[in-house]
Design a protein around this ligand. Sequence first.
Ligand code: AMP
Length: 147
Amino acid sequence: MQDYKHILLAADFSGHGEEVAARAQDLAAKFQARLSIIHVVDYLPLANVDYDTIVPFDVDVTQELMAAAKKKLVKLAEKLAVPDDRQWLEMGSPKLEIVRVAQEQGADLIVVGSHGRHGLALLLGSTANGVLHHATCDVLAVRLRDD
Ligand code: AMP
């Protein structure tokens, strides 16, 4: 197996997140690789059917979401000893932002959690699926138990 040099952890701050973070940290230590973290605040436009337009989230709400996410990101980064310049807080589609930052920062492994969904959820696609399909580097999907 090749030595990974730069691992990007995709953190969603869910209950299972610690498991995924621990795996990324463990791999970074094993390969003596740099570890970066990304969290993406989902951009949820409000469709306004009456006006035939897409109304973006209220600016204040957006800023509040970003500020709350930043706190969680900093806390996780402290725990994993990841410095400021390797913490990424983005807004948009999680899968696309994760892949974009991985490419721009030259990550050679992305670590995500995977719920192993089936049926409709699989057709719609999870973040892990999306990352797997779009990434140009390796992707490790840490299997999470839905209990
Ligand atoms: P999901 O399939 O969307 O429930 O998420 C599976 C995995 O994708 C999570 O365990 C995270 O590793 C990653 N992920 C999901 N949402 C985000 C997000 N907003 N920012 C960063 N990573 C995410």
